[in-house]
Design a protein around this ligand. Structure first.
Ligand SMILES: *[C@@H]1O[C@H](CO)[C@@H](O)[C@H](O)[C@H]1NC(C)=O
Ligand SMILES: *[C@@H]1O[C@H](CO)[C@@H](O)[C@H](O)[C@H]1NC(C)=O
Ligand SMILES: *[C@@H]1O[C@H](CO)[C@@H](O)[C@H](O)[C@H]1NC(C)=O
Ligand SMILES: *[C@@H]1O[C@H](CO)[C@@H](O)[C@H](O)[C@H]1NC(C)=O
Ligand SMILES: *[C@@H]1O[C@H](CO)[C@@H](O)[C@H](O)[C@H]1NC(C)=O
Ligand SMILES: *[C@@H]1O[C@H](CO)[C@@H](O)[C@H](O)[C@H]1NC(C)=O
Ligand SMILES: *[C@@H]1O[C@H](CO)[C@@H](O)[C@H](O)[C@H]1NC(C)=O
Ligand SMILES: *[C@@H]1O[C@H](CO)[C@@H](O)[C@H](O)[C@H]1NC(C)=O
Length: 638
């Protein structure tokens, strides 16, 4: 009997394993092959029937259960000819279509209207022609559209307004004519209609965009009282400001590894020492050197790319490949425990953060598994891992870029004006968001996952101004953090000296340090004003508080705000409970979260409710002035 049961189980298990292995989007596979068979390619694509569509086809991303293709990204793939009708349109679950920088021509097939789930359409720099699609109500979720540098003609359809979530619309460098229609697109942040044959008046709904968005047309801002020049100052909606001058392949240093590591390390050191935490914009290597290197190394990168592709996660709106990364201009943002972070600006003005991990101890498989797990975490207070790249020599992680910088730089950065902007409301929102993020992380992986590297330089502000946790769960794949590094960080829970293994309790400790940091405005480790003594924030707060409950611990900046002292004391108590010496004495994250949210509950009762915004307004959901400033991530250039 028992034997039979075991056999039955085995069959069941095998069955489920096999069906997992065999599960593939067959219809979508056929559609892709029909597409491939009906276009010309200047170099072969590795799409063959024997390999797995979801796992090994270049540029293809499937959904979680691998039943559908949801993204197709083939930048610079050497494709020419029109998009054959009834091929890509059969990928009805497609969200991202990226075919930029190819030589595709002809008009857009009308059957694209079947791609109802489309969120990103990146067809720039091809030779597409003919009219723009006339009915945009078929794409209710479209957010990013770049059709620039093609030969589209005809007028701009007013039904674009039906894609109400549109944030980016780039139609520059085409042959569009006629008047610009009134577009009601409240979420639109980036518009470029330059270099077309448009005429007439810029409609009121679009006058909030700078005049550069309309240059190269015969249009006027006429009827408006204020001159157009004034409007160009509107923050956050300007055309790509930078990139062009710096778009040389500075990131090569990142991807080539090996013999270049030395050079990069020296460059890095120089940069780190010169900039001392400030954010500086520059490439990694001098430009001629860069050129040589890029020419020499491009070949290597390309061959590597065959087995080491960039893995994108669902929901990632970017389209880029390794070559784009090579060409991107990079700016060192900081050097963290696990590696340096760069702000990378792609040629198409996409900005993201690339983190280059050093000293990964995990093997490839283990690394990939961990990243897959981390990539599946979706929460508004956790910075989403967008993509990763893994080869023998390089491990790169791609995150969104947060224009405000980290909470650490906001609190302790050089610029006093920033510091001033961190009012109590903002700090509360940072604490609440961070607590939500960590509490969510602690529910992952069967409730066992720890963040492992809690500190204010890993916390950012999400678009609503709440804290958002980055660098999740990297510790398990990394070499142990050297003890001296741990010691100087000031976030290390006491028990970490022995085990050095991060736990949920050590996250709680780190969160407690963050609260103290927000309250005192002081770094977790800082020198005294005389400079001869290093102060450990936790010990210092403990000693001050032991003497007597005193306002002395609080940041002077905060004392400007009336009647928040009770709330500050409440937060201080939570912070001190979190930094209890023994891990088992610390509260669990869900309790911490509840308490932190309770501070706010009283607070919000006195707040005016946010007003409803007029259609033209680009300002943010947060009711406070400071909040409004922080909420538009692209608005400020660091
Ligand atoms: C071209 O596409 C059609 C479907 O539109 C398909 O039937 C045909 O097989 C494709 N041709 C090639 C060579 O794949
Ligand atoms: C479109 O997306 C929604 C939610 O993301 C999903 O439920 C639906 O099945 C998708 N449609 C198709 C055709 O895949
Ligand atoms: C649009 O997106 C929302 C949220 O992601 C989803 O629920 C909905 O199904 C999508 N609509 C379509 C038509 O795909
Ligand atoms: C668009 O261009 C095509 C030729 O490429 C031409 O036949 C057509 O008339 C043009 N349409 C408009 C509205 O100019
Ligand atoms: C689409 O947009 C047009 C023009 O703005 C409008 O008249 C129409 O009602 C919209 N259709 C839908 C389905 O929203
Ligand atoms: C349009 O073309 C000009 C000249 O070729 C180029 O400088 C500019 O970057 C293009 N604009 C966009 C948005 O691609
Ligand atoms: C620009 O438009 C105005 C009328 O709106 C017209 O008088 C003028 O000739 C146009 N200029 C060019 C160069 O097309
Ligand atoms: C659209 O693509 C062009 C060409 O790659 C690029 O110059 C431009 O910045 C892109 N627009 C946006 C808004 O990303």
């Amino acid at each position: 009997m028992e034997g039979k049961f075991v056999v039955f189980l085995t069959i069941l298990l095998l069955g489920s394993i096999c069906s997992n292995v065999l599960a593939k989007p067959e219809e979508d596979e056929r559609a892709l092959l029909d597409f491939l068979g009906n276009v010309s390619l200047s170099r072969p694509l590795n799409w063959n029937k024997d390999s797995s569509v979801c796992q090994s086809w270049t540029g293809v991303l499937c959904n979680k259960d691998q039943s559908r293709v949801i993204a197709l990204r083939l930048p610079r793939a050497g494709i020419s000819g029109p998009i054959p009708p009834s091929t890509l349109s059969r990928l009805s679950a497609l969200q991202i279509l990226g075919l930029r920088w190819n030589s595709m021509s002809g008009s857009l097939p009308s059957d694209f209207s079947k791609l109802k789930n489309l969120t990103g359409l990146h067809l720039q720099s091809n030779s597409f022609s003919g009219p723009l699609p006339s009915d945009w109500s078929v794409w209710p979720n479209l957010t990013v559209v770049n059709l620039s540098n093609n030969e589209f003609n005809g007028s701009i359809p007013s039904s674009i307004s039906n894609s109400t979530y549109l944030t980016t619309l780039d139609l520059a460098n085409n042959s569009l004519s006629g008047e610009i229609p009134d577009l009601y697109l409240p979420n639109l942040q980036m518009l470029d209609l330059s270099n077309n044959d448009l005429a007439g008046r810029v409609p009121r709904s679009l006058q909030r965009f700078p005049s550069q968005a309309f240059v190269g047309n015969n249009v006027s801002f006429e009827d408006d009282a204020s001159p157009p020049a004034l409007r160009t100052k509107h923050p956050g909606v300007g055309p790509p400001k930078n990139a062009s001058k710096l778009s040389e392949p500075a990131l090569i240093g990142i991807v080539i590894g090996g013999c270049l590591l030395g050079v990069v390390a020296i460059a890095l050191f120089t940069i780190m020492f010169c900039s001392r935490g400030g954010i500086k914009r520059r490439g990694l290597l001098k430009s001629q050197k860069r050129q040589e290197v890029s020419q020499k190394k491009r070949g290597v990168a390309e061959s590597e790319e065959k087995d080491n592709k960039i893995v994108f996660f669902e929901g990632c709106n970017y389209t880029f490949d390794l070559e784009d990364l090579l060409r991107a201009s990079a700016e060192v943002l900081g050097k963290g425990t696990f590696g340096a972070s760069y702000k990378a600006a792609l040629e198409d003005a996409t900005t993201m953060v690339v983190k280059r991990l050093k000293e990964v101890s995990a093997g490839r498989k283990e690394f990939e598994q961990q990243m897959e797990m981390v990539g599946r975490i979706r929460h508004e207070n956790v910075a989403q891992l967008r993509a990763y790249y893994c080869s023998k020599d390089e491990k790169l992680l791609v995150y969104d870029f947060y224009g405000e910088g980290s909470v650490s730089s906001l609190l302790h950065g050089d610029r006093c004006e920033r510091r001033g902007a961190l009012d109590w409301e903002t700090r509360l929102k940072i604490a609440i968001g961070t607590a939500r993020g960590i509490a969510h992380i602690h529910t992952q992986n069967g409730g066992k996952l720890a963040h492992g590297n809690m500190k204010s330089s890993n916390i950012f502000l999400n678009p609503e101004g709440f804290g958002c946790v980055s660098d999740v769960a990297l510790a398990p794949v990394m070499d142990q953090i050297p003890l001296p590094l741990l010691r100087i960080s000031g976030y290390r829970a006491p028990e970490m000296t022995d085990s050095r293994k991060p736990s949920q309790a050590s996250d709680v400790y780190g969160f407690g340090v963050l609260l103290l940091e927000l309250l005192t405005g002081k770094s977790p480790m800082h020198a005294t004003s005389s400079g001869d003594e290093v102060i450990h924030l936790v010990r210092w707060v403990n000693s001050v508080v032991r003497e007597e409950w005193t306002a002395e611990v609080f940041d002077m900046e905060l004392l400007r705000y009336p009647s928040i002292e009770e709330e500050m004391v409440e937060m201080l108590q939570i912070g001190m409970a979190c930094v209890a010496r023994m891990p088992e004495q610390r509260p669990k994250m869900p309790d911490v979260l509840r308490k932190v949210e309770e501070i706010r509950r009283e607070h919000t009762a006195t707040e005016p409710s946010p007003e409803i915004k007029s259609p033209g307004s680009t300002s943010a959901p947060s009711p406070t002035r400071e909040g409004a400033e922080t909420a538009s991530p692209s608005a400020r250039q660091s």
